[in-house]
Design a protein around this ligand. Structure first.
Ligand code: KIV
Ligand code: ZN
Length: 522
């Protein structure tokens, strides 16, 4: 085995499909998970944490299918510290050429209270469960959840037990995003120094971003001797999210002068993955997000533009091409044909099939009739708006809205529900409220609106609005997305899209599938 402190290669462990997807509202469909896993594999991610197989049938199936289709990446499944979870995780990952079981238990005083175990009882449980996992699979990762708030002596003790029981990777999670870079480095270097056998395994770092320090903490942990960074695309994840893959990878690449390590990531695939994950999760990337934000390479101010024209390096430390951002490209218009659209989609990293192209082309033509120039971001919005499993049970036939300063808004809506046309007129506090009321009048439902978000895709008053709607119904969460130059129409379509996805899911599972969270420690 390689000594953690000697090798320069930092392994990238992507947990977008597990820690990222488990964040409320980021639920992805089976197909979306398979597609993202394939892209991660192609990008050179060393380990893909594909899900938490015991959590639900859906998670199990996704992990098994990802394992079967995997090419180069190690495929990992998460399991709590009990045999049933571990067996289930192995059942799912065993199809991979390179499977890994990742088992964990909360070791801090607060987390030990949940299963109500003493330090000794927990130590025994760690020994038993890591041994059990290792008997099934020769690649086992173990994590002391909330490690950064675990007593130092106890942390050293349990890490040693896990190594002796056969863990090949020990991950040190900063579960609540509490540590600072100095501590992150010190914990890893301290463990390497104090724990017998530590130089025989790989130490991983897993940071959450509650204090905005996840990237700094991950890199500091590597300086301390960790050689695996756990991260997600766009920093997706619960609360403030996980370490962003694109940030640590580009930091290592850009500052090789002070960070003498490398990763196996093909960075030119970053932008495509970022877009795919934003689409599938419904979590838009903030405009000024490092590396993948819309403004990350935009130079608006006069001084900056002048400097850029003289020499790019005046204001650019990375090249947009390095993350797969094509240089400035010409907008499409109403005379652009199918071939031009396909070419544009390819440049933007979308590999669409014939049917999808047909669908996008119809919507592109419709948009081009209403909007003089169709920019790259408009095309991305069109693709996003058409995504997701949706059985088309509900569809909007027409919508007319009146609003103004004189009183409540009114929406007159005609919709097809399972092939039957229905009409409703409703008033509300603004055009969107009136429209959503009309949808509920036609299709009564108990889905709770958790999020309603509008973004202008480009500048100008003819810009498309992309709308994301997140609904919750009996623990099931569905997001819907749509784009239109009319914000109210986009809102109605996004709402209906989310309702359709809930309807589709109800049809598939028969009844609601109650998912287990990885925090339900038992
Ligand atoms: O944040 C965390 O502690 C986790 C563990 C399950 C590794 O995600
Ligand atoms: Zn986590």
């Amino acid at each position: 085995m390689t000594s953690a402190s000697k090798q320069d290669r930092v392994l990238i462990f992507d947990t977008t499909l597990r820690d990222g997807e488990q964040s409320p509202g980021a639920t992805m469909t089976h197909e979306e998970k398979l597609e993202i896993a394939e892209l991660l594999d192609e990008m050179g991610v060393d380990i893909i944490e594909a899900g938490f197989p015991i959590a639900s049938e859906g998670d199990f199936n996704a992990v098994s299918e990802i394992a079967k289709r995997s090419k180069n990446s190690v495929i990992c499944g998460l399991a709590r510290a009990n045999e049933k979870d571990i067996d289930r995780a192995y059942e799912a990952v065993k199809h991979a050429a390179r499977p890994r079981i990742h088992t964990f238990i909360g070791t801090s005083p607060l987390h030990r209270e949940i299963p109500n175990l003493t330090q000794d009882e927990m130590a025994d449980r760690i020994h038993e469960t890591v041994t059990h996992a290792r008997n099934l699979c020769d690649n086992v990762q173990w994590s002391p959840m909330d490690a950064t708030r675990t007593e130092w002596d106890y942390l050293c003790r349990v890490v040693e037990i896990a190594i002796k029981a056969g863990a090949t990777t020990v991950n040190i999670p900063d579960t609540v995003g509490y540590a600072d870079p100095g501590e992150s480095a010190k914990i890893i270097s301290g463990l390497i120094e104090a724990v017998p056998g530590a130089d025989e395994i790989i130490f991983a770092t897993h940071c959450h971003n509650d204090l905005g320090m996840a990237t700094a903490n991950s890199l500091a942990a590597v300086a301390g001797g960790a050689r695996q960074i756990e991260c997600t695309i766009n920093g997706l994840g619960e609360r403030a999210g996980n370490t962003a893959l694109e940030e640590v990878v580009m930091a290592i690449k850009t500052r090789s002068d002070i960070m003498p390590w490398f990763t196996g990531i093909d960075t030119t695939k970053i932008m495509n993955l970022s877009r795919r994950v934003a689409t599938a999760s419904g979590f838009n990337v903030q405009f000024n997000k490092a590396i993948v934000g819309k403004n990350a390479f935009a130079h608006e101010s006069g001084i900056h533009q002048d400097g850029m024209l003289k020499n790019r390096e005046n204001f650019e430390i990375m090249r947009p091409e390095d993350i797969g951002l094509a240089g400035t490209s010409l907008p499409l218009g109403k005379h652009s044909g199918r071939a031009a659209l396909l070419d544009k989609l390819k440049n933007l990293g979308f590999d669409v099939g014939d049917n999808q192209l047909k669908d996008i082309f119809v919507r592109f033509k419709d948009l081009a009739d209403r909007k003089k120039e169709v920019f790259d971001d408009d095309i991305v919005a069109l693709v996003r708006a058409g995504g997701g499993e949706d059985d088309g049970y509900l569809s909007i036939t027409s919508l007319a809205v009146t609003c103004g300063t004189g009183g409540p808004a009114e929406a007159k809506l005609v919709m097809e529900v399972g092939g039957e046309e229905k009409t409703a007129t409703q008033s509300g506090d603004g055009p969107v409220d009136a429209t959503f009321r009309a949808v509920r009048d036609i299709y009564p439902n108990d889905a709770h609106l958790e999020l309603y978000q509008v973004h202008a895709v480009t500048e100008g008053t003819d810009a498309q609005a992309t709308v994301s709607v997140r609904l919750e119904e009996d623990g099931n969460i569905a997001t819907g997305q749509s784009a239109d130059t009319d914000t109210v129409v986009a809102s109605a379509k996004a709402y209906v899209h989310a309702l359709n996805r809930l309807h589709t899911r109800r049809g598939k599972t028969g009844e609601d599938e109650k998912e287990i969270s990885y925090k339900d420690v038992s």
